[in-house]
Design a protein. Sequence first.
Length: 268
Amino acid sequence: MDRVGLWINHSKPEAITLAGQITHWFAERGWDVYTDWEKITAQGVGFLISLGGDGTLLEASREAAPYAIPVLGVNLGRLGFLCEIERNEIFDALDKITNHDYSIQERLMLTATVNDSDQTFDVLNDVVFLREPASAMVTLQANLTGEPSVSYPADGLIVSTPTGSTAYALSAGGPIMSPNVEAILLTPLAAHSLSARPMVISDQENIEISLVRGEECIVSFDGYHRTAIKYGEKVVIKRAPINALLIRLGKRSFPRVVREKLKDRWHE
């Protein structure tokens, strides 16, 4: 299938420049390149190239997942836990991909539904519950498969995938999880109780998060959408029926990525 899509972070001039170079590279080989999302989905591209950083790759992967389009992440940002390659590796990578020398890794996603409504969001990283800056501590009740399980008196709570374990949850003190683990992580933010600990639970659980103390709580879905729940309201989170598909070239194992990105914490 000689068609490819580009997902470009237009706030980065380097991404726009690189998109032009990639388009030229493919044109010389007789490939069609699409940047308009409607055309990308209508034409049935073989894969999508994300040009930006981890945030850009999150957007691209989340949108591509319902169409089963695999995504190659090119890191033009700083940390880059998710992106497969750096900018200077792009054309070697494209040679491999066009020669079918790659694999596809499936990443678990979550679906979140607000108050039994039609407000449903798919996320690849996390669902974040956060008190308003001017408000006091909130308490969030987590019920697993209909049973009360744990209360979190805290500034908030992060419900994340293994992919999201290296994002906000990591900075909040949660564990790093291998992307091959099929589980869901609950990490409190500034917990006001020593018993409110991070939990790793089965990906088969239905998780109901209710606001049981406090007037209002902001809920963020992968950072791309925000809403608010009030006292007594809830968000139900479960594994999504689709997975994100990431292109892997076999160069960056997960332990190597962790060591590279957290090298200030290692002793040589």
